[in-house]
Design a protein around this ligand. Structure first.
Ligand code: HEC
Length: 368
């Protein structure tokens, strides 16, 4: 008997729970509605609990959760508008866009005179690189990350950043590929902000820059130009070698010892300044302009071969040639003097051709 009553009550309960509204008066019951319906507002979708079929007493639509008439809870931006501070990526996702992206410049590495990429940029770049790129491209950029085929993973064709094409790949192109993705590599436009993408690329370039310094024997500044695909702009010596100047790392002039202008070139036995010297002399000009309170002496020196008197004259004429060039570039006459010392101040014994070469030089020294 009790059993029968229990079964009867259970049937009634089931009837109440599952009886739905369709066709009947009874609104029905929902079993655990929280699980069936999302409670949060979905921004661009109609809010929960709305029902366009239900009209209220004045005949208007029933609105309970609604914020806007189209029953969304947030407004989309007006078509064609751009958020403040956001610059859209200007190149299309096709080959023309890819080629044009060469002109897109990394704000952190463009025109870095010293070639020294700031540490805080590289710190962020490395952090993001290790998270997002290293699994394929490898910690050192050799294409051997854990999911690359080189390490037994599924991804084939992950490039080695030290292959020529990638060593000299302009940063704009890299940005383009990271922005849109390229073949097996997906887009990182949603994982990394524009700023972070530039920092990651700066980090990749810094790894390549080190390689260029080792392999191509380039200075920091020249190595950066090289890995930016800009080797045509690296100044070269009369014998065609890339020039890198230690002057790129000098900001402030301090009184002290003489600094040799390593990349000032003359025709043999003459004071005819070669055009290849302008790179270094323009750096010196910038330093002098930025240190308008300092005065420097330009000094010419020779080795001990030949006649001491003509050596003295030659050294004087060479120092004057440098002096005149600086003045022609706008350096104030009061800021520089020129002096020839002939063979009187060697920096090495005149015993080997290399040492004699060291003695044939033009120096500059801060005098006050
Ligand atoms: C899933 C593996 C994978 C990940 C992760 C990955 N890449 Fe790549 N990447 C590739 C492959 C594969 C290619 C070769 C694409 C091609 O040219 O076919 C490539 C190519 C590139 C290139 C050369 C693009 C060009 O224009 O030729 C750059 C630059 C690059 N990746 C940077 C990145 C950066 C930065 C990240 C991290 C934000 C990253 N990759 C993450 C697989 C990956």
């Amino acid at each position: 008997m009790y059993r029968l009553i229990l079964i009867f009550l259970a049937l009634i309960a089931i009837f109440y729970i599952f009886r739905c509204k369709a066709g009947g008066e009874f609104p029905g019951r929902e079993y655990m509605p929280d699980m069936a319906h999302s409670r949060p507002y979905d921004v661009y979708y109609p809010g929960p609990g709305t029902n366009s079929d239900i009209l209220n007493e004045s005949g208007a639509q029933e609105v309970d959760y609604l914020l806007f008439k189209d029953r969304t809870t947030a407004r989309k931006p007006v078509e064609g508008t751009i958020a403040r501070g956001y610059a859209p990526y200007p190149y299309n996702n096709n080959e023309e866009g890819y080629e044009a992206s060469v002109a897109y410049q990394n704000p952190y590495t463009a025109n870095l005179k010293s070639g020294e990429i700031p540490k805080d940029v590289l710190d962020v770049g490395k952090e993001k690189y290790d998270v997002y790129c290293g699994v394929c491209h490898g910690a050192k950029g050799e294409g051997d990350g854990s999911i690359s085929i080189l390490s037994g993973g599924p991804y084939a064709g992950v490039p080695n950043y030290y292959a020529d094409t990638y060593m000299e790949m302009p940063e704009g192109k890299m940005f383009h590929s990271v922005h849109y993705g390229r073949n097996d590599m997906g887009s990182y436009a949603s994982q990394l902000t524009k700023d972070e993408r530039w920092k990651v690329i700066a980090y990749i370039k810094s790894m390549q820059q080190k390689k260029a310094m080792d392999q191509k024997k380039l200075g920091k500044a020249a190595a950066l130009m090289y890995v930016q695909g800009n080797k045509a702009s690296i100044p070269t010596s009369p014998t065609g070698e890339f020039i890198s100047s230690k002057l790129t790392s000098i900001d402030k002039l301090e009184k002290g010892k003489a600094i040799t202008l390593d990349n000032v070139f003359f025709d043999t036995g003459s004071a005819n300044l070669r055009a290849e010297s302008y790179y270094e002399l323009n750096l010196l000009k910038d330093i002098l302009t930025n240190n308008a309170g300092s005065r420097v002496e330009i000094s010419g020196h020779t080795d001990n071969a030949g006649n001491p008197a003509s050596n003295l004259t030659l050294s004087q004429r060479r120092a004057s040639a440098v002096f005149n060039y600086l003045l022609s570039q706008g350096v104030g006459e009061g800021q520089v003097t020129a002096q020839g010392y002939g063979e009187a101040r060697p920096v090495a014994p005149n015993d080997t051709p290399e040492n004699m070469q060291k003695n044939r030089r033009v120096d500059f020294e801060v005098i006050d």
